[in-house]
Design a protein around this ligand. Structure first.
Ligand code: DC
Length: 224
């Protein structure tokens, strides 16, 4: 039987990973966080002291980096040259670097193959920016999950505060706007609402409500 692929795209902070993780657990699917793969590449650039605008060097580092994923207790672990780097890829520095280096087509090509391969062999919920439009254009269900910039900044702010970090909500908002712009305006596989995608605006929805909507879409799919 053909595997079921669910694609979730949307801007930073829309809640994609929280929702995709919960929905995957309920459906018994694998959750694939493609942003984490790009983040591992960005980490490799930072560790090699290369800045995002040094295109040739970035491409070389990414070509040489071995990025793979494995699952431990159903959690996705991203391995960079076999080292689990989950603990190092969520900093603001890595976020900024990731948004910049993911504009290079050579970097995207490499991860595209890995992502398609996983989706071909598993029932997956895969989240990112170009999953429904580019990685899995034939996905069974496509979702574009969004929320207002204010809502997304507030969520990020509370998340960081909970971690005990000293953060400024205006800075976060500015950062989100810049990342949105880069992700949506790059030449290669920009963030768009994919053909056939269902748009969900989570600004005034609970996590549970969004997850239920996805489960319902899957039930509808089964019923044909
Ligand atoms: O989902 P995230 O915030 O972890 O993604 C980090 C960055 O990676 C984001 O700014 C754009 C890039 N990205 C991408 O270009 N394509 C994807 N499929 C996933 C992420």
């Amino acid at each position: 039987m053909k595997n079921i692929n669910i694609a979730i795209d949307g801007p930073a902070g829309a809640g994609k990973s929280t929702i995709a993780k919960l929905a995957a657990a309920r459906l018994g699917f694998i959750y694939v966080d493609t942003g984490a793969m790009y983040r591992a590449m960005a980490l490799s650039c930072i560790r090699n002291n290369v800045s995002a605008d040094e295109e040739e060097k970035v491409i070389k580092i990414c070509e040489e980096a071995e990025v793979t994923i494995e699952y431990k207790n159903k959690e996705q672990c991203v391995l960079l040259n076999r080292e689990n780097v989950n603990a190092y890829i969520r900093t603001e520095q890595v976020s900024r670097m990731t948004s910049s280096i993911s504009t290079y087509s050579e970097v995207r090509e490499k991860l595209l193959k890995l992502q398609r391969n996983i989706a071909e062999n598993n029932n997956v919920i895969m989240d990112g920016r170009d999953i429904g439009s580019n990685v899995l254009p034939n996905a069974d269900i496509k979702i574009y999950l969004t929320a207002s910039v204010e809502t997304r900044a507030k969520r990020r702010y509370l998340e960081q505060k909970e971690k005990g970090l000293d953060v400024d909500i205006n800075e976060i908002e500015k950062d989100i706007e810049e990342r949105d712009y880069r992700d949506m305006h790059r030449e290669c596989a920009p963030l768009v609402i994919a053909d056939g995608a269902i748009v969900i605006d989570s600004s005034d929805m609970t996590i549970e409500e969004v997850v239920n909507e996805i489960i319902n879409l899957k039930l509808k799919l089964e019923k044909g």
